[in-house]
Design a protein around this ligand. Structure first.
Ligand SMILES: Nc1ncnc2c1ncn2[C@@H]1O[C@H](COP(=O)(O)OP(=O)(O)OP(=O)(O)O)[C@@H](O)[C@H]1O
Length: 340
């Protein structure tokens, strides 16, 4: 008798990603891996159902392919007993046959709220671990349901199709991060855990209504499913992929158009910018402000809209201040953007 259908589904999803990693590794041996050595793939495991299922599927598939498999758990130190839990998670990963296995304790800052700060600290630790171990890839357990939530959060931000494009299946430096479960629903992943009797940890944050994502998961999405039907999660995940393709195309259009709207001194010409479709124009403005030193994360849609009004408005003169001490000034038909 074969494995439970849910177990077969999660293994297939991981096998596909491992095949991609192996193919890419063969073409460009991963730095830190000796020639002929099998590539190392790490799983980022919180001990929750999604990443424990991922760890189990990675351990299973790596035995059949030419891949070494290890695991990392990050201790954010935000909850009581988190150190003890990190030890339990490493023990579970070791029991699955993963090696190397490591728990990394991080200090979480305050920038951008607790969720964002924890995420930044986690990715910094995972990046560092991937470098130290010479890993070809780091697997993350995001599911299609996580993707739907991310799309809705992006929609609520009101900042355009890039924010609707959710998480990419492959991202990060050297295509490091891979999300094998991005097209699988959470239900299937949870069934795979039960079928394999995996011990999993329930993060109390995931059901704490103080967190936006938790409210969306437990109240928002069920209400949407009730109103619009069960297919809404799949539709939102499809929206992510379509939006990503559209946003990539517009980014590349903007990169090509930028040279044509600059004068010999490199200043942006308002009349030429004005003639471009707004989506392309706003992208050029965003790129120009970031190039002058504004941090991308603190540049919001309202900043770009304000800048856009400086060009398209009737006022001949004017200046605005932007994040990162960047100033944009309209002068004689040109837009001068500089850091003060
Ligand atoms: N503390 C952690 N240590 C290592 N990896 C983590 C940690 N927290 C999250 N991750 C990785 O990021 C993914 C997404 O985490 P998040 O908490 O957003 O989702 P989740 O659905 O609660 O996942 P899980 O059920 O695996 O905890 C996880 O599946 C895991 O791969």
């Amino acid at each position: 008798m074969g494995p439970h259908p849910a177990v077969a589904a999660i293994r297939l999803a991981v096998r596909r990603v491992l095949h991609d990693v192996l193919t890419e590794h063969r073409d460009t041996t991963t730095p830190g891996t000796a020639p002929g050595e099998h590539p190392l793939v790490l799983v980022a495991c919180s001990g929750g159902a999604d990443s424990m299922a991922l760890a189990s599927a990675l351990a299973f598939e790596a035995r059949k392919l030419h891949v070494r498999a290890g695991g990392i758990t990050v201790d954010h130190g935000l909850q009581q007993g988190s150190g003890q839990r990190a030890t339990e998670v490493t023990d579970r990963m070791t029991a699955l046959g993963l090696d190397p296995v490591e728990a990394i304790a991080v200090t979480v800052g305050r920038d951008g709220g607790p969720e964002a700060a924890a995420r930044d600290a986690r990715y910094a630790a995972l990046d560092d671990a991937a470098e130290r171990h010479g890993a070809a890839a780091v697997l993350l357990g995001h599911t299609r349901d996580d993707q739907a939530e991310t799309v809705l959060l992006g929609l609520a931000r009101g900042s355009g199709i890039r924010s609707l494009s959710g998480m990419a299946a492959v991202s990060g430096t050297a295509r490091r991060y891979r999300r094998p479960f991005l097209e699988l629903d959470r239900q299937t992943v949870r069934k795979a855990c039960i079928a394999q009797e995996l011990a999993v940890w329930d993060d109390p944050h995931n059901s704490d209504p103080a967190y936006t994502r938790s409210r969306l998961r437990h109240e928002g999405l069920p209400a949407l499913e009730k109103a619009l039907g069960k297919g809404v999660v799949e539709a939102l995940a499809r929206t992510a992929q379509l939006s990503r393709d559209d946003a990539d195309a517009l980014d590349s259009w903007a990169a090509d158009a930028e040279a044509a709207v600059r004068d010999e001194a490199g200043r942006l010409e308002c009349a030429k910018l004005h003639g471009l479709p707004p989506a392309v124009r706003r992208r050029i403005l965003r790129r120009a402000v970031i190039a002058e030193g504004a941090p991308a994360g603190s540049l919001f849609a309202r900043h770009i809209e304000e800048l856009d009004r400086l060009i398209t408005g009737w006022r001949g003169q004017g200046a605005i201040n932007l994040p990162g001490r960047v100033e944009a000034r309209r002068q004689g038909g040109r837009l001068v953007i500089r850091q003060g």
